[in-house]
Ligand binder design. Structure first.
Ligand code: SAJ
Length: 411
């Protein structure tokens, strides 16, 4: 089949590449000319294990090309960001669908009868139907029906939410089970046939709204569970209990599985998606909202702890270990570790030395130091990410230091 993938980021690029290696003719579309040029030269603009090899072989096979504008094809996959918007601090956070709308407008002119449009981006409930409605408006000649009641439904729309874990994208793209929600049943079935070409996991069909909600619920479930762990860590700090030992012991129960506390929840999914549910049902989504608030408050709690410890010193050197949003990746987006380090620098309570082994020299405006330098100079060691490098540190080196370990690497 010929396939257009709109958005060549963490989801679109691996998906486009894998489809190309399975023999489909794929055109990857991105608004950035730089991204398009990089991919056409067989290189990548993001860091993800094994993605470089996959993209190179897809481009070399001649089946993957990139461009700034879509062309006619059989299938269109939309994989663009869906952030949220907050007009003023404290106001409700509402989903920002502008990238999805722009992608829909971009493909509308080249759509033909019989085409399948698949939305992969995590989206508020109703977004797939909204795309169908937009296409119906932009292309009345296609006789598109958004309800599926139209006998001559000529373009199919489905939602197939991505579920891959950054750091393991290629493996999870192939092995994970997938949910496919069709605006109509034939749409879901057509999408299933396509995903079968590269997905080894189970493929489960439903309607588009249920598929949209399932994705939001998956990430909200994780957020709520992490909030529980984060709240426990604060309670345990007050009660003088080691939270890591506590969780390990409680998890010996056959039906208990508490997650790990940390400095907050980062990344561009788990800290975002629950707000889509809150925005859709503000009165009802009480637990989901509170979990978000608990997780968002955690970096401030960590800062207060550092502040309290720093009072013992005149000019303390604070070593921040890790800036990424989670272990063993270089992704700094929406990272609580980065937020805490920035706030510490701005607060002026001491000299900050940050170490991020997965990034070279600088993280934005923050200069980086080697682990050895930080271990040598720091009075206070603040562990913000459980990178493997930190787990292997010789405990003897920590003896003279004040340690604040938000991830329990030296539990
Ligand atoms: N975290 C904790 N404690 C834990 C687990 C995670 O504090 O016990 C923190 C991490 O350090 C990180 C954040 O939560 O800051 C999120 O990390 P993550 O590994 O839980 O998830 P992401 O954001 O990398 O990917 C998630 C995945 N969703 C679920 O596991 C339900 C992934 O499958 C989704 O595809 C992805 O969101 C997405 O794109 O939506």
């Amino acid at each position: 089949q010929s396939i257009v993938v709109v958005g060549l980021g963490y989801i679109g690029l691996p998906t486009a590449s894998i489809l190309a290696t399975k023999g489909h003719q794929v055109l990857g579309v991105d608004i950035s000319e730089e991204v398009v040029a990089t991919i056409n030269s067989g290189k990548i603009h993001i860091v993800e294990p094994d993605l470089d090899v996959l993209v190179r072989s897809a481009v070399n096979s001649g089946n993957l090309k990139a461009a700034c504008a879509p062309e006619q094809a059989d299938v269109f996959i939309i994989a663009v960001p869906t952030p949220f918007r907050q007009s003023v601090p404290g106001a409700e956070k509402t989903p920002d669908l502008s990238f999805i709308d722009a992608a829909t407008k971009a493909i509308a002119p080249v759509l033909r009868e019989g085409n399948l449009v698949i939305l992969e981006s995590t989206s508020p409930v109703g977004t797939t139907e909204r795309i169908a409605a937009m296409v119906a408006e932009l292309r009345p000649d296609l006789g598109t029906s958004r309800t599926g009641a139209h006998p001559a439904l000529s373009v199919h729309f489905a939602h197939c939410p991505e579920r891959v874990l950054p750091g393991h994208i290629i493996r999870e793209l192939v092995d994970n089970d997938r949910i496919i929600g069709g605006v109509t049943r034939p749409a879901a079935e057509l999408a299933r046939d396509l995903y079968r070409s590269f997905c080894n996991g189970g493929i489960f069909l439903t309607d588009s709204k249920t598929a949209e909600m399932a994705k939001l619920v998956e990430n909200s479930s994780r957020d709520v569970n992490i909030a529980f762990a984060n709240e426990l860590s604060i309670i345990c700090d007050r009660l003088g209990i080691n939270v890591w030992e506590l969780i390990e012991l409680a998890n010996k129960h056959p039906r208990v599985n508490i997650l790990q506390p940390g400095p907050g929840v980062g990344g561009h999914c788990i800290a975002v998606d629950p707000w889509f549910i809150v925005a859709a049902a503000p009165k009802e989504a009480r637990l989901i909202r509170t979990a978000r608030e608990v997780n968002d408050a955690k970096p401030h709690w960590v800062l207060e702890r550092v502040r309290a410890k720093a009072e013992r010193f005149r000019d303390p050197v604070i070593g921040c270990l890790g800036l990424a949003f989670k272990a063993n990746i270089d992704d700094l987006r929406e990272s609580p570790a980065l937020e805490i380090t920035r706030e510490l620098i701005a607060s002026g309570i001491g000299e900050v030395m940050a170490c991020e082994p997965n990034v070279e020299h600088q993280a934005g405006e923050i200069p980086l130091y080697s682990l050895e330098e930080v271990l040598r100079e720091a009075d206070i060691l603040l562990v913000l990410v459980d990178h493997d490098e930190f787990k292997e540190i010789d405990r003897e080196l920590l003896k003279e230091k004040v340690v604040i370990d938000t991830r329990g690497v030296w539990r």
